[in-house]
Design a protein around this ligand. Structure first.
Ligand code: NDP
Length: 481
């Protein structure tokens, strides 16, 4: 049994309560570690440490802050295998995905912002020969970063890296469902020489630790990624305190497939965009709209490919393509949506059932990749976020019709468009209501681009300059000449 600790003021310490939560490996159903059940007392300790560290960290030259971050990224790279195994044990995703996707991306996040800060600049606005304005961008102070369980270290580092690079001190809370890699990360921060108090990681439940961070009167900004409902709760608490808020929330992303697409490229990528990471990526396309003339061809090729290629089972096995669902509660939620889809009149074309692998994973939480057709676009299955290995297929006849269906949900995070017609691609991309559109690709990420959603998918943007600006306060200074 591994006992995780909070990382406060540069040290690994037990929670004030002395209580721990059980942390389960979703592939085996066995408890493998215990995670601090922290509360507002731990958040207070973390805040005081962060506040004490702020003066020195914010005045440390950007180049030196960046160098410490680069050291952290190097150590993460050195321990890639350890981190990948930890992430897979904790989250259930296949090991190859942790090793080639999640942890390398966490390394890139730290490296990207550790170097970006050296190129960060602010504006000057001259007013002829009357005056000149220049803008100072200063760190905010102590900020809160709260991250979810689907891409644990990837999203954790995506938040803390720009916060630290810009000179803020951080109180961070990873999801208590997947706390393991954030704990290992705190050890690396100590080894890399990150000054005590600059980053503090408080483990525990959302309604205790998360809400203590959001309601803390002196934590000035909150960067949150998670569900829309939680985002609304956070906004309710933080908005009257005039905190800066960045909310990256849920999605119900459309994949729009026109008959003139490159069929093979589209098919391969649509399998990935539907089921990678068990469909537990906020950017996965869960509603697939197919132009009617290729609907049957697509349906049979897609079902065949998913059935033959997406081997479900032990995430540690290199042949596995689909691992375990992150928790029992989420497993039950996904299954309940499959039942709902049937009640709503849907036909399950493949999957839809629990998978019980032999051996060590016999008690894990596995669901076969599930494809459903025959549902109206307005039904709950097509409107609510499932966040699992479940997609629906719907035919369309015109651009107007598909845009109506694609834009019909409360969400607006990402969309994918497949066509060889350049003009149509741009036209549809402009009319889809989402923060991110991929044309003839999916999840092709450049960390400099703005990342985030519209409508109930969030407020604000992450990535590149957007993140550096979020974590700084702008002050305009006007000098009369
Ligand atoms: P949740 O909203 O349940 O939790 C996210 C984080 O917030 C967790 O650390 C959670 O702690 C914490 N939390 C819960 N309640 C509160 C509260 N009242 N105050 C402060 N913090 C709180 O999301 P999930 O972890 O279930 O993640 C899945 C969701 O995340 C999906 O909706 C998905 O779409 C979204 N997501 C969005 C992304 C984006 O970029 N837009 C990217 C990835 C995921 P605890 O674990 O203890 O509940």
């Amino acid at each position: 049994m591994i006992t995780l600790q909070n990382y406060i003021n540069g040290e690994l310490i037990a929670p004030v309560s002395g209580a721990y939560l059980s942390n389960t490996n979703p592939a085996t159903g066995e408890v493998f570690s215990e995670c601090p059940d922290s509360d507002e007392r731990d958040v207070d300790l973390a805040y005081v440490a962060a506040e004490n560290a702020f003066e020195q960290w914010s005045n440390t030259p950007a180049e030196k802050r960046g160098r410490i971050m680069l050291k952290i990224s190097e150590l993460l790279e050195r321990d890639l295998q350890l981190f990948a195994e930890a992430e897979t044990t904790d989250q259930g995703k296949p090991l190859w995905l942790s090793k080639n996707g999640e942890i390398p991306r966490a390394i890139s996040n730290i490296r990207f912002f550790g170097t970006a800060i050296e190129h960060f600049s602010s504006e000057a606005h001259p007013m002829g020969n009357h005056a000149i304005n220049y803008t100072l961008r200063s760190p905010i102070g102590v900020v809160g970063c709260i991250s979810p369980w689907n891409l644990p270290l990837y999203l954790f580092t995506w938040k803390i890296a720009p916060a630290l690079a810009t000179g803020n001190c951080v109180v961070a809370k990873p999801s208590e469902i997947t706390p393991y890699t954030a704990y290992l990360f705190s050890k690396i921060c100590i080894e890399a020489g990150l000054p005590p108090g600059v980053l503090n990681i408080v483990h525990g439940l959302g309604h205790k630790v998360g809400s203590a961070i959001t309601s803390h009167p002196s934590i000035k900004a909150i960067s949150f990624t998670g569900g829309t409902k939680t985002g609304a709760e956070i906004a309710k608490v933080a908005a009257p305190m005039f905190k800066k808020l960045s909310l990256e929330l849920g999605g119900k992303n459309p994949n729009i497939i026109f008959a003139d697409c490159d069929f093979e490229a589209m098919l391969a990528e649509t399998v990935r965009s539907s089921f990678l990471n068990q469909g537990e990526i906020c950017l996965c396309g869960s509603r697939i709209f197919i132009e009617r003339s290729i609907y049957d061809k697509f349906k049979s090729a897609f079902v065949e490919k998913v059935k033959t290629e997406l081997v479900v089972g032990d995430p540690m096995n290199p042949k596995t393509k689909t691992g375990a669902i992150v928790s029992k509660a989420h497993f039950e939620k996904v299954l309940s949506y499959i039942e709902l889809a049937k009640q709503e009149g849907g036909t399950v074309l493949c999957g839809g059932e629990v998978v019980k692998p032999d051996g060590v994973c016999a008690n894990g939480w596995f669901i076969a990749p599930t494809i459903i057709e025959g549902l109206p676009y307005t039904c709950r299955t097509n409107q609510e976020e499932i966040f699992g290995p479940v997609v629906t297929l719907s035919p369309f006849d015109t651009e107007e019709e598909v845009l109506k269906m694609a834009n019909s949900t409360e969400y607006g995070l990402a969309a994918t468009i497949w066509t060889q017609d350049v003009t149509k691609a741009h036209r549809v991309a402009q009319l889809v209501k989402s923060g991110i559109v991929w044309i003839n690709c999916w999840l092709l990420r450049d960390l400099r681009t703005p990342f985030g959603g519209v409508k109930s998918s969030g407020v604000g943007r992450e990535g590149g300059l957007e993140a550096l600006r979020f974590f700084t306060e702008a002050k305009n200074i006007c000098v009369k000449l």
